[in-house]
Design a protein around this ligand. Structure first.
Ligand code: NAD
Length: 368
């Protein structure tokens, strides 16, 4: 068995972050033992916890820890205790945004998976999601309307004039497209470019650039869909999609829509990637202050973030697949946390759910 070496910066953060992270590290221990590799897991302070201890949401030593690591496994940050701070000092803004910037994280991967057994939790009609679905939204994270210049509000006559600028350059589109095609190669091999090419100049550049890259990936099927149509198809027939490739604004909206139609925020991981193999992996949800400290949070989003990290940053697909199979097995065999339990169904806490998954990883690696 290959020995995977490296260090992971473990930034648990606030609210349910530390609970689900502790539970996830038991799965990490099991997967290392089963697959015969060893990673150094090093904890760092982030978010409200770091503000309380050191007065800053992202202390310099946490940045140094991340710089010396192969990847960051991130919990969640924020909560009522820090909501009265000035916006620039709030945990999310003062920790996550600088991390994205420092590490040039330009690609955001958000899988939205609905397990067939949990189809009843989806807000969509049962016949539309009976078999479950598995959609991956690949969102460009550092360009487009959110960052383009000019970006300003100026006085005009009796009122004001506000401008945001949507701008993309070829190289920005190329690098995210490569990420999407690589991801599709390990899935159903279909990429849908979401755009608004009937009205946006940037969308025309996206189409041209993505088509050129597609020519180098003959095994991947590429198609195009206007964003308004894609938003509609996501609620009519999400199972028709494999990988949705989106510029920043469209990806922001569609990744949340795709998450919402699974009906279970506690199940969804995410990855933010830069150049090379470095990545930041975190649950799609937040710090869930309403259930923090109760031991009832669903650890699966964090556990599946661990699986994404092992696959993408450590190149260990087999370990990632073992974890995904263990999660699917636990769900299939009826294990539920409160957020995914149907009315009247029995549920277990964070530690017990992670224990079920760790046991499956340890005893039946690769089982699906
Ligand atoms: P949230 O995602 O924390 O919670 C929304 C709902 O989903 C809550 O009812 C919560 O209990 C539930 N939920 C989320 N994750 C769950 C899990 N693993 N298991 C069971 N239930 C789960 O969103 P919010 O309430 O809007 O935000 C709460 C705090 O989290 C805020 O301070 C916000 O700024 C912060 N936040 C942080 C991040 C991040 O760290 N990346 C992302 C989003 C929100």
């Amino acid at each position: 068995m290959a020995e995977v070496k490296g260090r992971v910066a473990v930034l648990s953060g606030d609210g349910i972050g530390p609970e689900v992270m502790d539970a996830t590290l038991t799965v990490a221990e099991a997967i290392q033992n089963t697959h015969g590799f060893k990673i150094e897991w090093k904890q760092g302070l982030v978010g409200g916890a770091a503000i309380d201890a050191q007065g800053k949401a992202l202390p310099a030593e946490t940045v140094e820890l991340c710089k010396s690591s192969t990847a960051v496994l991130f919990g969640s940050v924020g909560g009522p205790k820090w909501e009265s701070l000035p916006p620039n000092e709030q945990p999310e803004r003062a920790a996550l945004l600088p991390l994205r910037k420092i590490f040039g994280l330009y690609a955001n991967l958000r899988p939205a998976v609905l397990y067939p057994e949990l189809a009843g939790g989806s807000p969509l009609r049962a016949d539309r999601v009976a078999g479950g679905f598995d959609v991956l939204v690949v969102r460009e994270l550092t360009g487009g309307l959110y960052f383009g210049q000019p970006k300003e509000t100026v006085k005009k006559g009796a009122g004001e004039r506000a401008v945001d600028t949507m701008v993309y350059e070829t190289h920005e589109i190329e690098r995210i497209t490569e990420v999407a095609f690589r991801a599709a190669a390990g899935r159903k091999k279909r990429v849908t470019l979401v755009d608004k090419a009937n009205v946006l100049e940037t969308s025309l550049l996206w189409r041209k650039t993505v088509k050129a890259i597609a020519a180098r990936h003959p095994a991947i099927t590429l198609d195009f869909m206007y964003v308004d149509h894609a938003a509609m198809q996501l609620v009519r027939d999400p199972g028709r999609f494999d990988v949705l490739l989106c510029e920043n604004l469209f990806g922001d909206i569609l990744s949340d829509e795709a998450a919402a139609v699974t009906g279970s925020l506690g199940m969804l991981p995410s990855a933010s990637l830069g150049q090379g193999s470095f990545g930041l992996y975190e649950p799609a949800g937040g710090s869930a202050p309403d259930i923090a400290g109760k031991g009832t949070a669903n650890p699966i989003a964090q556990i599946l973030s661990l699986a994404m990290m092992l696959e993408i940053s450590f190149g260990h697909r087999a370990a990632a697949d073992s974890i995904r199979a263990a999660v699917a097995g636990a769900i299939r065999e009826g294990w539920r946390t409160g957020d995914i339990a149907a009315p009247g169904e029995k549920s277990v806490g964070t530690t017990a759910m992670a224990g079920e998954i760790a046991d499956r990883v340890a005893s039946r690696p690769g089982r699906s």
